[in-house]
Design a protein around this ligand. Structure first.
Ligand code: GRF
Length: 196
């Protein structure tokens, strides 16, 4: 299964997925890594000889044009699946339409709890005693697509955002690897997952 992974920052989840494709029997390979900026996480791709590409929002007059350019850059690598893992932009509807349902996202909360860009901070601020990690099919909404996998992660009283996020990421990585494996092995068919 050929994957294109989109990131925005450090790409620690990308690194974990990359290692899984290299060191386990996971029948998938990352063919390119993209971002909306020169992401620090590109270093993980470069170390593995995987091409990277950037499609900065600022280089486009509007989000639709940016979305089209992003889809074009992704399609150049002919992926079977696009994985958003730490990609901090919302894809415009034209981009979702072009890529879905072969488009999944990892989110550091137990959706539908705490959607959006600050899930871990929001869980702590809300005094939640548990949060979680989720892998979903991306739709036009904000972290609102069909849930493919999710698992609870306890919030500890002394947790700060970094500590809780690190614990959640450990679960995210395992769930993402399992979803990629299920899709690669044919036990999960994204065409059959109903998007509302
Ligand atoms: C992950 O928790 C991801 O779900 C969220 O941002 C984090 C990215 O971390 N959107 P990293 O860039 O993979 O380290």
């Amino acid at each position: 299964l050929n994957l294109v992974v989109l990131i925005s920052g450090g790409g620690s989840n990308l690194k974990a997925l990359l290692e899984a494709t290299q060191s386990t029997d996971l029948p998938a390979r990352i063919v390119a890594v993209g971002a909306d900026r020169e992401a620090e996480g590109f270093a993980h791709a470069a170390a593995a000889g995987i091409p990277t590409f950037t499609v900065p929002l600022g280089e486009h007059p509007d989000r639709v044009s940016w979305g089209d350019a992003l889809v074009e850059a992704i399609r150049a690598h002919e992926p079977d699946l696009v994985v958003l893992s730490g990609f901090m932009r919302l894809l415009p509807p034209n981009a979702v339409r072009a890529l879905a349902p072969h488009l999944v996202n990892t989110h550091p909360a137990y959706l539908p709890e705490f959607p959006g860009a600050h899930a871990v901070r929001d869980a702590i601020a809300a005094g939640a005693t548990s949060s979680g990690a989720s892998v979903i099919v991306v739709d036009d909404g904000v972290d609102s697509g069909p849930i493919l996998a999710q698992e609870r992660v306890a919030v500890r009283p002394d947790d700060d955002e970094a500590a809780l996020h690190d614990r959640i990421k450990t679960v995210e990585r395992r769930l993402l690897e399992q979803v990629v494996r299920d899709i690669a092995e044919g036990t999960l068919d994204l065409e059959k997952v109903s998007t509302p």
